[in-house]
Design a protein around this ligand. Structure first.
Ligand SMILES: Cc1cc2nc3c(=O)[nH]c(=O)nc-3n(C[C@H](O)[C@H](O)[C@H](O)COP(=O)(O)OP(=O)(O)OC[C@H]3O[C@@H](n4cnc5c(N)ncnc54)[C@H](O)[C@@H]3O)c2cc1C
Length: 402
């Protein structure tokens, strides 16, 4: 069996490696001419994401290219410390502690490793269409006019997925959450966070967070309200404009946030946040979607990449164990949909806490102090303690066995 994998981000190369372990060959087609663009956000992979990487023997590589963030300090905008918390990492000990790195670096590590294992990862290949062949296979056509044929096509092409639209032309469009996220990297920062710690500040008008890398740079992001309708081209704003918008929102809070934003040069990027509450169809014939293409969450819960990694492993297991592609896709969807849709809902509710109105803010600060006063606790064990046993055989759902 041969798979065409569209998208060389987080899920694409991981799926290719997982399929290889299942005895299925694949090629990864990435639209971007240089692989993945440099500018962009940083992200954290939690124990469950690292666990999924372990299933494809890629966790150690990511450990080597990332750093640990094991604690969170929560504070109000006035600087009042609410609580410190350890991030859950109990399952496998130190190797599975949460790891932080730039998203572009994660994609690069995964694509390089797939290449090292003999999997072709082709850049500058933007999928434009795909059709069934008379023999029941699938033929993909790329913008450069080239074509590729396979037994199945995996859409790992992110939130604005074209594969999703090919599966269901009336699939819901990603919804703009009304929030933008400004992310910056300061090399000579006047403010730093303690080792392995992310400081999260619930400010008067914005949520601000920062951490300091082992090399001494400080990485930060701030959630800010965006425009009321979907922005046409957020990338058109300059780093200066994004800094100005961030500064406006943290004015009046503890100085750390504004000092950090001012100290950052032009390594600043603004991102408009979209999500998809539910995608009705995940597969049709030989096509299936995974990762953000199937279920994009706002980044507030910090789990989209971990979920994309989990999808990759589960999809490969289903293709390995189930009788035929259709049964495999059906089982994959059954296993994944409840979990990922709960993440989307959780992230959306966290977004409401991040940028509250004045009354909501009073309530939020009261709730946070109550919620956080009882000492370290894992806020979301259902997210981080999830384990996929890649050796265990996937079986049909009970009702499908009858
Ligand atoms: C600001 C921000 C912060 C985040 N923080 C976290 C975090 O802390 N932890 C976490 O787990 N997640 C985080 N996420 C979410 C995470 O980045 C995504 O969930 C994850 O990247 C999804 O992986 P994916 O492979 O599905 O899609 P992507 O990583 O988006 O990859 C899709 C790839 O497909 C390519 N592509 C698109 N269209 C085509 C086409 N037609 N043909 C060929 N290729 C195509 C794209 O160029 C891209 O490389 C964050 C997201 C944002 C925006």
């Amino acid at each position: 069996m041969h798979a065409l994998i569209v998208g060389g981000g987080v899920a694409g190369p991981t799926t290719a490696m997982a399929l290889q372990k299942a005895g299925i060959t694949s090629v990864v087609y990435e639209a971007h001419p240089d692989g993945v663009s440099e500018r962009g956000a940083f992200l954290s992979l939690f124990a469950n994401g690292m666990d999924a990487l372990r299933a494809v023997d890629a966790h150690q590589l990511v450990v080597e290219r990332s750093f640990a963030v094991t604690s969170i300090e929560f504070a109000t905008g006035s600087g009042k410390r609410l609580r410190d918390a350890r991030i859950d990492q109990d399952r496998f000990g130190r190797l599975s502690e949460p790891r932080t790195l730039r998203r572009a670096e994660l994609c690069r590590v995964l694509a390089e490793e797939a290449g090292r294992r003999g999997i072709r990862v082709e850049s500058g290949k933007q999928l434009v269409s795909a059709v069934r062949t008379p023999a029941g296979r699938i033929m993909a056509t790329f913008k450069d006019g080239s074509e590729a044929e396979g037994d199945l096509l995996v859409g790992a092409d992110g939130i604005h997925s074209v594969v999703r639209r090919m599966i269901d032309p009336v699939a819901p469009r990603p919804r703009y959450t009304g929030e933008d996220l400004v992310c910056g990297y300061a090399s000579k920062a006047p403010v730093s966070a303690p080792d392995e710690t992310m400081r999260m500040v619930y400010g008067k008008r914005a949520f601000f967070a920062y951490l300091t890398t082992p090399g001494g740079d400080t990485w930060w992001f701030v959630n800010i309200p965006g425009s009321t309708s979907a922005p046409d081209n957020p990338a058109a704003a300059t780093p200066e404009e994004w800094k100005r918008r961030g500064l406006e929102r943290v004015a009046g809070d503890d100085r750390a946030a504004s000092d950090l934003i001012r100290a950052t040069e032009d390594d600043v990027v603004g991102i408009s946040v979209f999500d998809i509450a539910s995608t009705p169809l995940w597969h049709a014939g030989p096509m299936v979607i995974i990762g953000d293409a199937a279920h994009a969450a706002a980044p507030n819960a910090g789990h989209g990449a971990s979920m994309a990694l989990e999808d990759s492993v589960v999809l490969a297991k289903c293709l390995r164990d189930m009788p035929g592609v259709d049964a495999a896709f059906t089982r994959y969807e059954q296993l994944r949909r409840p979990r990922v849709e709960e993440l989307v809902a959780t992230s959306a509710s966290m977004k409401r806490r991040a940028i509250p109105g004045p009354l909501q803010r009073l309530l939020r600060d009261f709730m946070l102090s109550r919620l956080l006063k009882d000492g370290p606790r894992n806020a979301a064990p259902w997210l981080t303690r999830h384990h996929i046993d890649s050796e265990e055989k996937t079986v049909p759902e009970v009702k499908d066995r009858q």
